[in-house]
Write a protein that binds this ligand. Structure first.
Ligand code: BGC
Length: 286
């Protein structure tokens, strides 16, 4: 049995994220929660691959504007739109604005999500409802509006062979139970079944619905897990690939799933987790 390599051996080597093929030229995308973390990287990554991108945010408008500037720096169009994805009227208003500005939309990445962690008996109904409302209902509301536009418009042959692409931001916690985070894990488990049911329902219309299941990614949602050497070393016990993920690791996969390279993929969650879903505890036991 080889000994487990030490985390520090692997931390430096990252792919060249800027070396991204222009796989989605001329397409229009909307990314929710795009002012920070994974959403921000996905919005910029889609622009780098050739799409114009709507940057949804709910707080911190300057950060959203900074993402729009980065999108423009990639030679694409960007537009920041404020909307709370858990509110139906705000989502509908956002899509009206997006369609008025961009004419149509080809790619939706419902990404906005948060954690409100607590042990079960400490968890308030508000903490439960906030997480389910944004992470799960928020995705439903955005997908519904995007799909209405995909169905109205059909395939835009000049840009893609599909009528629309949905890429739900899920988590490894759609399959890995997470004590102390029942609201969050439930929301992600719900996303998995929503995504699969909609993939089945919408495939005859040539609409592809998939998800990305990120593992531990270096973003503001989980700073406790990576800002101290002790926490990082603990985290690495859960990551066979022995490095934390970068937001750009997710962005590259979003570009692939949005592109016609992935045209025969629908109804799957692609885990981007350095092997976190490979039961790392069994590397030495069992
Ligand atoms: C959570 C992070 C966590 C990661 C791996 C993500 O979905 O938002 O807080 O570090 O899963 O457990």
């Amino acid at each position: 049995m080889p000994t487990q390599p030490d985390a520090s051996q692997f931390n430096g080597d990252l792919p060249n994220y800027k070396n991204c093929p222009k796989l989605i030229v001329g397409q229009k995308a909307l990314v929710t929660g795009a002012n920070s973390g994974i959403g921000r990287a996905v919005a910029i990554g889609l622009a780098r691959a050739g799409a114009d991108v709507i940057v949804n945010y709910v707080t911190n408008e300057p950060a959203a504007r900074e993402v729009v500037a980065a999108i423009e720096g990639e030679g694409a169009k960007g537009l920041a739109i404020k909307a709370d994805v858990s509110r139906e009227a705000e989502v509908q208003g956002m899509f009206e604005q997006a369609l008025a500005a961009f004419g149509t939309i080809d790619i939706l990445v419902p990404n906005a999500g948060l954690q409100r962690d607590a042990a079960l008996t400490e968890m308030s109904l508000e903490q439960w409802n906030t997480v389910i409302g944004i992470n799960l209902t928020g995705q439903f509301l955005c997908i519904r509006e995007a799909v209405k536009e995909f169905l109205r418009r059909g395939v835009r042959k000049d840009v893609s062979v599909a009528a629309g692409k949905i890429i739900c931001m899920s988590s490894v916690h759609e399959v890995i139970p997470w004590a102390g985070h029942v609201n969050y894990a439930t929301s992600k488990g719900g996303i998995q079944m929503m995504m699969k049911s909609l993939a089945q329902e919408l495939a005859p219309h040539r609409i592809r619905v998939n998800a990305i299941g990120p593992g531990a990614i270096r973003t503001p949602i989980n700073t406790d897990a990576w800002t101290t050497p002790e926490a990082y070393a603990d985290l690495m016990k859960l990551v066979p690939y022995r490095r934390i993920g970068e937001p750009e690791d997710i962005a590259q996969v979003a570009v692939f799933l949005a592109s016609d390279m992935a045209d025969y993929i629908s109804g799957v969650t692609l885990f981007v987790d350095g092997g976190m879903t490979c039961y790392p505890g069994f590397a030495t036991g069992g």
